[in-house]
Ligand binder design. Structure first.
Ligand code: UT7
Length: 401
């Protein structure tokens, strides 16, 4: 693995290529009519104002980590790489499992990615583009070689289901990409990341650490529930999409005519149409799937990207843009020269080794739990505890499967 320290001056630069992608959504679908049974809304309003028809909602057994894990496994499958090859796992999310440990650490463990660093990234609906840029910069400097970037959300858990201004808009899901160093020109070409904290009050989820917890603010916000000033966010979104795409295109050294596809954050069909008008481009250049998933925040871009690739809308050598916008306020655009082949010839051996890695990760976690319990019960000198510790060390040592 190359490291920043061992790169020679003038060495061939690395590019960060997207080599795998995957997505996961919960099975349960909630239609607009379902929503209308418990909140004052209707299918006609939701469709005409947003374009959304239905969204997927996590079951009690699903969470940001379980959805993120499934998307990650699909992306590793697609790239045909082993968890052990990952150097970094980033999860962009506004609905993490915990404040800490990070959802990224949970997924890293469940994959058996024992040589990877892991952290969560908070940039709301722009988070995935931020994450891909962080990973691609680490690859381009030579400090890492392979990264997994996941956008995962269970927005249903932070909805106020009585607030029709927000609860009709969001859904749950996850998408992931694998980025890998390569010497061929392509992959992530440019990125524009921006923030305006002056708009912090327009969109947010107050949580522990907030002054709101002390009852200091009389702003009507509810702890751990989303609030949004929809019309202000709408105006902000339509302005920044066009602006930041033009900046990213310029930085990449290409022209708008060379863009074959734009994968935007899926918030509202009308926002996408307004952005197309602003850029004076055909709206069909934008990928939209929000009719089926609603707004899945940081997961929306990787989910839309996955579907675009799977339906043949992304071709080798073509330029595409990702654009995200949301709480912070934050926004981000990125230009990617698609360099992944349509399909990878997966090796049976690697597939089996991946499955083994997931099983081993489960065993490792189970053993850790059991040995902690035995430790608590019998104290530090018990022979059973020592035997378990030895077994755990042996399993931990199996990292070259
Ligand atoms: O991912 C983060 C980024 N988020 C976004 O980009 C969201 C941006 N904002 C939006 O997409 C839109 O502003 C919304 C979809 C949230 C709202 O659409 P709008 O066209 O801006 O509607 P509005 O908020 O101006 O409300 C219009 C009317 C109001 O009634 P009155 O005051 O005109 O009588 C609302 O009370 O629609 C009413 N309304 C609803 N009616 C039925 C608001 N929500 C609903 C609803 N069902 N769910």
């Amino acid at each position: 693995m190359p490291t920043a320290g061992n790169r020679k001056a003038g060495a061939t630069p690395f590019y960060a290529h997207i080599v795998g992608w995957g997505m996961a959504v919960p099975e349960t679908v909630m239609t607009n009519d379902d929503l209308a049974t418990f909140v004052d809304t209707n299918d006609d309003w939701i469709r005409s104002r947003t374009g959304i028809r239905e969204r997927h909602i996590a079951s009690e057994r699903e969470s940001t980590a379980t959805l993120g894990l499934k998307a990650a496994q699909a992306a590793l499958e697609c790239a045909d790489i082993l968890p052990i090859e990952l150097d970094l796992v980033i999860v962009a999310t506004s609905t993490p499992e915990n404040i800490f440990p990070s959802t990224a650490s949970l997924i890293q463990d469940r994959l058996g990615a024992t040589r990877a660093g892991a952290f969560d990234l908070s940039a709301a609906c722009s988070g995935f583009v931020y994450g891909v840029n962080m990973a691609s910069q680490a690859i381009r400097t030579g400090s890492i070689q392979t990264a997994l970037v996941i956008g995962a959300e269970t927005m249903s858990r932070v909805m106020n289901w009585q607030d029709r201004n927000t609860c009709v808009l969001f859904g749950d899901g996850a998408g992931a990409v694998v980025l890998r160093a390569g010497e061929d020109e392509g992959g992530v070409l440019s990125a524009v990341l921006r923030s305006d904290g002056g708009g912090a009050d327009l969109l947010g989820i107050p949580t522990i650490g907030s002054v709101d917890t002390l009852g200091m603010l009389d702003n009507g916000h509810t702890m751990h529930k989303m609030h949004m000033n929809g019309s202000e966010v709408f105006k902000f979104a339509t302005r920044v999409i066009g602006e930041s795409i033009l900046q990213a295109v310029d930085l990449a050294g290409i022209t708008m005519n060379e863009l074959r596809l734009i994968v935007p954050h899926q918030a509202n069909e009308r926002i996408i149409q307004a952005a197309a008008r602003h850029l004076k481009i055909d709206p069909t250049l934008f990928v939209t799937n929000l009719d089926r998933y609603g707004n899945t925040s940081a997961a929306s871009i990787p989910i839309a990207l996955c579907e675009a690739v799977q339906t043949g809308r992304v071709k080798m050598g073509e330029h595409l843009a990702f654009v995200g916008f949301g709480g912070g306020l934050t926004w981000a655009s990125m230009i990617v020269k698609w360099s992944a082949p349509q399909s990878v010839d997966q090796t049976l051996l690697k597939r089996q080794r991946r499955q083994f890695s997931y099983t081993l990760a489960r065993w490792r976690a189970a053993l850790r739990r059991i040995s902690r319990r035995i430790n608590d019960f019998f104290g530090a000198l018990n022979p059973a505890r020592r035997r378990l510790a030895r077994l755990r060390r042996k399993i931990d040592a199996i990292d070259t499967i």
